[in-house]
Design a protein around this ligand. Sequence first.
Ligand code: F6R
Length: 243
Amino acid sequence: MNVVTNFKWIEAANYDEMSKIAATIFIDHLKKNSETVLGLATGGTPEGFYKELVAAYKAGEVSFAQAKSFNLDEYVGIDPANESSYHYYMDHHLFNHVDMKRDNINLPAGIQSNLEKAAAEYEAMIKAAGNIDIQLLGIGGNGHIGFNEPGTPFDVGTHIIELAQSTREANKVYFDSIEDVPTHAITMGIKTILSSKKIVLLIAGASKQEAFDRLRSRIVTEDFPASALHNHPDVTVIYTDVK
Ligand code: F6R
């Protein structure tokens, strides 16, 4: 299914090239606007991207000193110090190695007495920052973006979501056992993601082939959350090894 969409599709020769292309887009953005509001993702797919950002910072090519960041999501009930948390992931892969100011780093808090309130506050903070300038996304095998699982309405902001069983299975590699994988997460909504000015979606590996094909089909449905991106004017998809 080779339907042409409004997306910019970039096929990378391999994972490293995908990571480099994505990093270059972000670095160029930061060079043009040092106060860029970054939207960041976690997971296996962007690990190479973060390596490239750290290398560029260490080589003196880019600074994050004036930038702000908002991460897409965090597990509910997982302490930021826990190695499986997305807070830990971000420190480990990016923040501990670059000059981002701690006060400018934002992740949704997975431990809160009132999660709904925390979600609404996170949404308000993103708006107050003028929305995200450039948002990095990965995609779940079921088409989720952030942790917006199939069936999530497109018009919802940051919220609490029950994780799909397939998502918990896919992410159990980061935990001791499936029982340890949280059942819920706090995630930017599709509405939040679509309010970003520019979106870069990374898709890598055969496990994402079905999601890749569904995205190419251009059918927009809440059963396939990533299809909401067809409603956004500036999406670049960088993909590799999906066949
Ligand atoms: C992560 C996120 C998720 C992941 C997706 C793919 O912050 O929001 O949507 O991007 O689950 O994960 P990986 O890259 O591990 O296949």
